[in-house]
Design a protein around this ligand. Structure first.
Ligand SMILES: N[C@@H](CCC(=O)N[C@@H](CS)C(=O)NCC(=O)O)C(=O)O
Length: 225
């Protein structure tokens, strides 16, 4: 069976070894029949239990897009074997499959989803600004905050301007929540979940994190992990 085909069993199955996975529909009330009927058209998100796939899942829930979450058993190294390697030859999650289209790298996936389904990009400039924030989140901010050797220097360089922006606006691009907030906000939220980083010198960032982690889509995804 290929990963792009649906398993013919129910929504929630506890993984129990090689090639087993949980199949979750975001509208969990749907019957399995409906899930199977929608199998080819519904976007598939592949991820581990605790992985960056949760960031994608957060955004999918924000834009209310129907999707199926296919849980890869990373402890059993399913991501390093066929058929997963046919989706991403580098053996990393997240991956999405949207129809015939496959895409990996969380930042590229967020940008694709925002442009295709998010209804928030209307020009090359808007797309580029969103891309700027996604790349900032996944490269500059992530390596600055999560690599211990960089943290002290990078926190004092990156957090004051972020604090400044969030003192002026509720969200990164103004008063509306966008995919840029998913990219940057997830990194900031993970500093609290994973590192318990002290951000008390940055009240606007702290308030921002509080605001985003209370969003239903966040609570239903990253917040549940
Ligand atoms: N820059 C990539 C990172 C992907 C990544 O490292 N994913 C981790 C899980 S969060 C993974 O698949 N690790 C498995 C491995 O390296 O074997 C992205 O944002 O998608």
């Amino acid at each position: 069976m290929s990963f792009t085909q649906l398993p013919a069993y129910a929504e929630k199955i506890i993984p129990s070894g090689k090639n087993s996975f949980i199949f979750i529909n975001n509208q969990e009330k749907k019957s399995m029949n409906q899930v199977i009927t929608n199998s080819n058209s519904t976007l598939k998100l592949y991820g581990g239990t605790r992985s960056r796939a949760s960031i994608i899942q957060w955004y999918l829930e924000e834009i209310n897009l129907d999707y199926n979450y296919i849980l890869i058993d990373m402890a059993q190294k399913e991501h390093l074997q066929s058929p997963f390697l046919e989706l991403n030859p580098f053996g990393k999650v997240p991956v999405i499959v949207d129809g015939d289209f496959k895409l990996w790298e969380s930042g590229a996936i967020l940008l694709y989803l925002a442009e295709k389904y998010g209804n928030e990009i209307n020009s090359l400039e808007e797309k580029s600004i969103i891309n700027q924030w996604i790349l900032f989140a996944n490269s500059t901010l992530a390596t600055g905050l999560f690599i211990e050797a960089n943290r002290e220097k990078e926190m004092s360089q990156l957090l004051p301007p972020l604090e400044n922006i969030l003192q002026k606006n509720s969200y990164l691009l103004g008063e509306n929540f966008t995919v840029a907030d998913v990219a940057v906000g997830s990194m900031l939220a993970y500093t609290q979940i994973l590192l318990k980083l002290d951000l008390s010198n940055y009240p606007a960032i702290t308030n921002y994190i509080q605001r985003i982690i209370q969003r239903p889509a966040f609570m239903n995804t990253i917040g549940k992990r």
